[in-house]
Design a protein around this ligand. Structure first.
Ligand SMILES: [Zn+2]
Length: 270
């Protein structure tokens, strides 16, 4: 395949226990053009394949030029569940502040998402993915963060918001830009999604410890695919074990560089 192509991933929310307690599935839609495809072995040879430490996404300057993210959010309501929208709006402003300061270290001008849309139903999303059962979605063309707000689910929606913000950062910084040689497939999607999980952990690690504890429990509790939707989610977003591992890395490392999924071996992004 070659030439311009639209890429759309919108996955089902997790089923079973995870769905009952915290629907935490994340969705991402990105439009990319001019993707050139080379054979995998040739990419390995020239070092541009995702997974090569020499690939363009793995060597982006933000990894070298940014330090620990100042992950505090003093303006959050004491009880995050009391008014989930209020909580998410406060967190949104904190995420803007964190990413402005961090990206400035690498001379990247942070621009807020054009809109942070807190929706009550998927049909209210800005990028036309209302036929999917998603918890969050980022529209890169319009730069809109959408989060499905569910009452008394503040912890999981806070993670979703930070994850979609991470997609916004991937977009405006160009971290995951296609350079022409990377294969754009499910493995690419997993690197993108697991990086967003990790970056979400970087920004949430000092906000409210329960958010990441909760997310780690969810991820670690995910079992092998129980049905086609779960399997589809795993293929595009990575396994629960991989997600937990990258969340732990982000929490521990606290930097963008802690989240370089683009240079990680395949078994870490499975
Ligand atoms: Zn995502």
């Amino acid at each position: 395949m070659s030439g311009p192509r639209d890429w759309s991933v919108a996955e089902p929310r997790r089923r079973g226990i995870a769905r009952r307690i915290l629907p935490a599935a994340l969705a991402f839609v990105v439009v990319l053009g001019g993707v050139a495809y080379l054979r995998g072995d040739l990419q390995e040879l020239i070092g541009t394949a995702p997974g090569s430490p020499r690939s363009a996404p793995a060597t982006h300057h933000v990894y070298r030029e940014t330090g620990p993210v100042d992950a505090r959010c003093d303006t959050l309501p004491a009880d995050p569940d009391a008014d989930v929208r209020k909580t998410l709006n406060a967190l949104s402003r904190c995420l803007d502040r964190m990413w402005t300061a961090t990206l400035a270290e690498a001379d990247v001008d942070y621009e807020r998402p054009d809109e942070v849309r807190l929706v009550a139903a998927p049909g209210e999303a800005a990028c036309g993915v209302d036929d999917y059962d998603w918890a969050g979605v980022y529209c890169p063309d319009r730069r809109v963060v959408n989060v499905l707000v569910e009452e008394e689910q503040a912890l999981s929606t806070m993670f979703t918001l930070a994850h979609e913000y991470a997609h916004h950062v991937q977009e405006i910084s160009g971290i995951a830009d296609q350079q022409g040689a990377e294969v754009f497939d499910e493995a690419w999607s997993r690197r993108l999604e697991l990086q967003a999980d990790c970056l979400a952990a970087v920004t949430l690690r000092g906000v409210d410890s329960r958010v990441l504890e909760n997310q780690l429990l969810l991820a670690e509790g995910e079992t092998d695919a129980a049905d086609d939707q779960a399997e589809s989610y795993r293929r595009s977003h990575g396994s629960g074990a991989s997600s937990a591992a990258w969340i732990a890395r982000g929490k521990r490392g606290g930097k963008v560089a802690s989240c370089n999924t683009w240079g990680a071996p395949a078994d870490e992004v499975s």
